[in-house]
Structures are given as C-alpha cells and as structure tokens.
Design a protein around this ligand. Structure first.
Ligand SMILES: [Mg+2]
Length: 166
C-alpha cells in the first residue's frame, strides 16, 4: 500500500509570482531548495510524491500546457540530480469563475489520485500553503501541514513529526 505526500506547487515548491502574475516559463520559476530537500526526505521513505496545482493562467492564455510541461520537466531534471522525482502532476487549468469540478478547494484531483494509486487516506499528508487548500484536505479527511516556501526552514520539526506519525 502506498504512502502519499501531496504538494501544492506555487508558494510551496517555488516562490510565488507577483500578485496577478503567473509563472509562464522555466526562467520565471524560482525553485526552493528546502522544498527539494523535503521531496527527497519523503521519497527516501518510499512516499509517492504527487503535486496538485491550480493553474488558471492556462485558461487565461498566459501560458500553454506545453509551457507548463516544460516548467515541470525542468523541475524533474533538477530533482533527478538528487535521485528523486515527482510521480505525477495534477493540474486544474480552469478559471475560478468556471466553477469546474477540479479546481481546489474541491477534492476532485485528490479523488483522481486515489483512483490511480492504491493508498489509505490515513497514509497521506498534504503540504500546502493556503487556508483554502487546507479546507480541501479537511474535506478529504487527510492530514496536512501548512507551509509557505520562505518559511520552510521553520517547519522541519513538523515534517519529521508528520513522517513519524505515518
Ligand atoms: Mg500555493
């Protein structure tokens, strides 16, 4: 049975774009080295690493799915250097006002992951930055830790504890 860690992307794995701006290409993607270490920590404990991300910039024509794939493959290259990877990215490209089924805080992307990978909800943890997203974790009945990329260093204690509890 898999153990799973769900990461949010923006503001957890990378620095956030400016207000109303989007990360449209790899040169704008400012990774967070602490987040890389965190991914490594979980993958060394045999967790599946899944990223769940809202990217409404796609529906706003700020960037394409190809641009997004390019950013994500660059992340993977970077993680490969430390012998780890993200197992899958789940992306909602829709606008907030579309009221789609997949956009967080709805739990659709988590439910998809549950269909694709075999895991118990008690063996999962979410690492996300916004209260809205954490609402999603509560609705899905899984553990969560709130983290923002510039504060990651303060959370190593929480993560170690979380790992021990799973
Ligand atoms: Mg975020």
């Amino acid at each position: 049975m898999n153990k799973v860690v769900f990461f949010d992307r923006d503001w957890v794995l990378n620095k956030k774009a400016a207000e109303h701006e989007y990360i449209t290409k790899r040169s704008e993607f400012e990774r967070n080295d602490k987040a890389k270490e965190m991914i490594k920590l979980f993958s060394d404990k045999w967790f599946l690493i899944l990223v769940i991300t809202n990217q409404q910039g796609i529906w706003k024509w700020k960037y394409s799915f190809d641009d997004l794939d390019n950013i994500h493959s660059n992340m993977q290259q970077d993680l490969k250097k430390i012998w780890t990877k993200i197992d899958k990215f789940y992306v909602c490209p829709h606008l907030k006002e579309d009221n789609c089924n997949c956009r967080k805080p709805k739990t659709w992307m988590l439910e998809q992951a549950l269909k694709e990978y075999w895991f118990n909800k008690k063996d999962c943890i979410l690492i996300w930055d916004s209260d809205k997203d954490i609402e999603c974790a509560k609705q899905f009945w899984i553990k969560y830790i709130k983290i923002e990329s510039d504060k990651i260093k303060n959370y190593s204690y929480d993560i170690t504890n979380a790992l021990d509890s799973l």
